[in-house]
Design a protein around this ligand. Structure first.
Ligand code: FES
Length: 96
């Protein structure tokens, strides 16, 4: 929601962070949990949903590709390394 105008999503299917999990956490949600990919959590939904898009397009991204994939999102807390680690962790589990 931070990287496009609402009108650009007109007619599109929209997945929210709440809609991402089923009976269990999505692998990216689990990765953020396990790798401490958040502090205050304000940026977390956008980070995770950007990462979902990234892994859909590239299931085995490099660290640089991960950093580019989340570059439209800002985190004021973590310094990004734990977020990158969380996405790499999820990619390792999903991309096997
Ligand atoms: Fe606080 Fe990212 S965890 S802004």
């Amino acid at each position: 929601s931070c990287t496009i105008f609402a009108v650009q999503a007109d007619g599109a299917d929209v997945t929210t962070i709440e809609g991402l999990a089923g009976d269990a956490l999505h692998p990216l949600q689990q990765g953020f949990w396990e790798e401490h990919g958040l502090q205050c959590g304000y940026c977390t939904p956008g980070m995770i949903l950007s990462a979902v898009n990234l892994l859909n397009e590239n299931p085995n991204p490099s660290e640089r590709q991960i950093r580019e994939g989340i570059s439209g999102n800002f985190c004021r807390c973590t310094g990004y390394q734990h977020i990158v680690n969380a996405i790499q962790s999820a990619a390792n589990k999903v991309g096997r």
